[in-house]
Design a protein. Structure first.
Length: 327
């Protein structure tokens, strides 16, 4: 079986080291692995592949991929791949869902605490060599405790559930929205359907976006939904940039109709140097690193190898995508 491995990206940190391709060749010597390291390479090699370990497949690539039966995506989101042609095709998609859940949850708690403790302000004053004790701890202090505060998690998959577990551990009250509403697990006060998002926004002190981008969630955070949030609330986005109407969010942050935001994902990446997010004093910008891990490749390649064994033997694959639902 011919297998295309092309885990490449504009970001060097997301390009799989060559040693892992060699390890796959060693572990599966009965298959023919071909490797690509750019868009042109994927385009050239995908017509002969039956299996592909790649981050994307454009419509024109899909048209030429007549032998392709399964794609393992090295990330969680697949919205960028779900063209009508892909949805209609028999190609199976699987993702890396869950592999970065713990890292992302730690990031969410970290930036939520940073906003609550005003650490972003302290860092700015450090750069300015200013002793900001009176500013940070004076009569008008914005520092607060998250204990007893409500965290609203929009999207309650593997990441949302890990965030909830860690938020409950620091004595936060947790509510969440989920497409398929199940009984609330331990540590979660309520699980709501998506059509009750306004209720979650109105109650939450920290709103965390964990949903994928679908037609229903694109620009989910907009002027109307921002107006439902508390003036004291923080927004944390570790989902996708297109979940947010940037113009509306910038306006809300400038006018302080919400207290602040921690943004790890953006509509266009890398974030343009002219973006107002960089300079807003109540915003923490991180460069799509919420899922950063000391070693991502070992579990990722391990997942692909396990799924390849399952594919060979006709067993159900892990992290199968519902192409109609969008995740």
């Amino acid at each position: 079986m011919k297998i295309l491995v092309g885990v490449t990206s504009y970001a060097a940190a997301w390009v799989m080291p060559r040693v892992w391709v060699e390890r796959l060749r060693r572990d599966f010597p009965h298959h023919d692995f071909v490797d690509a390291w750019d868009d042109a390479g994927i385009r050239r090699l995908v017509p002969e592949a039956e299996v592909a370990f790649i981050p994307y497949l454009s419509r024109d690539m899909l048209a030429s991929a007549t032998r392709l039966r399964w794609i393992q995506v090295p990330a969680v989101g697949v919205g960028h791949m779900l063209s009508p042609e892909m949805i209609a095709s028999p190609i199976v998609l699987t993702t890396a869902r869950g592999l970065r859940a713990r890292a992302i949850a730690e990031h969410v708690i970290g930036v939520a605490l940073a906003l609550a403790r005003q650490l972003h302000v302290a860092v700015r004053r450090q750069i300015e060599r200013r002793w900001a004790q009176d500013e940070l701890e004076g009569a008008t202090t914005a520092i607060r405790s998250l204990a007893g505060a409500t965290m609203g998690i929009v999207g309650f998959g593997s990441i949302g559930q890990e965030v909830a577990r860690m938020a409950a551990a620091i004595d936060m009250r947790v509510i969440a929205t989920k497409r398929r509403v199940d009984p609330a697990p331990a540590g979660v006060a309520r699980v709501l359907p998506p059509d009750r998002l306004d209720e979650l926004l109105a109650e939450s002190d920290v709103v965390v976006l964990c949903v994928p981008v679908t037609p229903d969630t694109r620009a989910l955070i907009n002027r109307d939904t921002l107006a439902r949030m508390k003036r004291s609330a923080f927004l944390v986005n570790i989902g996708r940039g297109r979940l947010v109407d940037d113009e509306a969010l910038v306006e809300a942050l400038q006018r302080r109709t919400i207290a602040g935001a921690a943004l790890d994902v953006f509509t266009r990446e890398p974030l343009d140097a002219s973006s107002p997010y960089w300079d807003l004093p109540n915003v923490i910008v991180t460069p799509h690193t919420s899922g950063a891990m000391e070693d991502y490749w070992t579990p990722l390649v391990g997942l692909f190898a396990e799924n390849l064994r399952r594919f060979e033997s006709g067993q159900p694959l892990l992290n199968l995508v519902d192409k109609t639902a969008g995740y």
